[in-house]
Design a protein around this ligand. Structure first.
Ligand code: GLA
Length: 393
């Protein structure tokens, strides 16, 4: 697995050399991520259990004395040039790049130029956060280039600002936290109220994690995501009027359940998801600690049901993938993963049964929807790595 990362770094370094005639000063490589549990709770100060996976995006960077930013994407085979403080918003990837650069240099008095090469093996648009990996690789490599040391929390905040202020997606901090903070051989619970972390050692030798991509990308996914964020804000305002001491939905324990009955039914369902999902994150911690794979599977399925019925972010194709998997004995459980309205399912499978699972579920999916779904076996890895002193090998 590390191999795949080292090969990508080496290739990126060489592409950089061919383009600029010298090796880069710094390289950062960020993994993509999945989320085991704790979906749609990051923007309400909830709990999640995300983890980085063995797919990577690499950024190589140097300063130049030309006063311009020159950026090349190996995957798109495209480049663009701009001034440091002039935002090129010609294409969406320009916004990510410019936003990440500006967030990195904003406290510096730098008006020179930069050269960047981006190269990735994280499939784009599959819900495994190629965009967070892009933000983080740029921010971490640029900070290193200028010798700026920031706390993890500040790095995450700056990347989130790229989403909010440059790209226009009001996402939470789940994706960037996973890509930055993951540690090999563990998963972690992150508390979005204060970004505190609890690492949990894992022993997943007897199981495999498999993603199944429905191939569904909904045009309105972003606006529907924003609607969920707003609904949570609306619900919280109503609850706050009743109880001024509430800091977040996690304060609603059994003695305060009566409060959610005061909400209109749709908001009540949204909040029911959030309260129950936060609890599932804690149950998942126990199940993982005790290697209870059936229990892990049950928790995943419960999460799916809540995302489908209470939070209403699933769709027919994803429900079909989860429901059809229920028939297969080596499938412990699974659920819709990420922002929703399409995308992928994350599934826990008995070790050794991955191929047969993928084959069968793809067949069933094709029979029903006339299109094959793609799959990905994943391994959990460390977060972002940054290196300098780069030379020819
Ligand atoms: C997207 C967002 C995250 C998070 C998830 C849902 O991936 O970028 O911040 O809200 O959806 O859990």
């Amino acid at each position: 697995m590390e191999n795949n990362k080292e090969i990508l770094i080496e290739r990126t370094k060489n592409i950089f050399f061919r383009r600029y005639n010298h090796y880069p000063d710094v390289i950062s490589v960020s993994p993509g991520r999945v989320n085991i549990i704790g979906e749609h709770v990051d923007y309400t100060k909830g709990l999640s259990m995300p983890v980085a996976i063995d797919k990577y995006l690499c950024v190589a960077i140097s300063k130049n004395n030309k006063n311009t930013i020159d950026v090349y994407s190996e995957n798109l085979k495209e480049s663009y040039t701009s001034k440091l403080h002039k935002i090129s918003n010609h294409k969406i990837w320009h916004k990510y790049v410019q936003g990440s650069i500006l967030e990195s240099v904003k406290d510096l008095d730098y008006n020179g130029g930069l050269e960047l090469v981006i190269n990735s093996n994280i499939p784009m648009g599959k819900g495994i956060s190629s965009s967070a990996a892009l933000e983080l690789s740029i921010v971490c490599s640029t900070l290193k280039l200028f010798n700026v040391h920031l706390k993890d929390e500040e790095i995450i905040n700056r990347c989130q600002r790229v989403d909010h202020n440059y790209v226009g997606i009001k996402s939470g901090k789940l994706d960037q936290s996973a890509c930055l903070l993951s540690k090999n051989k563990s998963v972690f619970i992150i508390d979005f109220a204060d970004l505190s972390i609890d690492y949990i050692p894992i022993n997943f030798e007897k199981v495999s994690w498999v993603l199944i991509d429905s191939g569904i990308r909904r045009e309105l996914a972003t606006s529907k995501y924003h609607r969920r964020v707003e609904q949570c804000e609306e619900a919280f305002k109503i609850l706050l009027k009743e109880n001024k001491n509430l800091e977040n939905f996690r304060d609603i324990d059994e003695s305060k359940y009566f409060l959610i009955d005061l909400l209109p039914s749709k908001l009540k369902r949204r909040v029911t998801h959030i309260i129950s999902e936060n609890k599932r994150v804690l149950s998942m911690k126990n199940a993982i600690k005790n290697n209870q794979f059936s229990e892990i599977g049950n928790i995943l399925c419960k999460s799916h049901e809540s995302l489908r019925d209470n939070y209403e972010v699933s769709c027919e194709e994803i429900d079909f993938l989860v429901d059809s998997s229920r028939e297969l004995e080596y499938w412990y459980g699974g659920r819709i993963m990420g922002g929703g309205f399409g995308g992928s399912t994350i599934n826990l499978i008995k070790e050794g049964a991955e191929e047969v699972y993928i084959e069968l579920i793809s067949e069933m999916y094709e029979k029903k929807f006339n299109v094959r779904c793609e799959s990905m076996r994943i391994t959990f890895v460390d977060g972002v790595k940054t290196i300098d002193n780069i030379r020819a090998n």
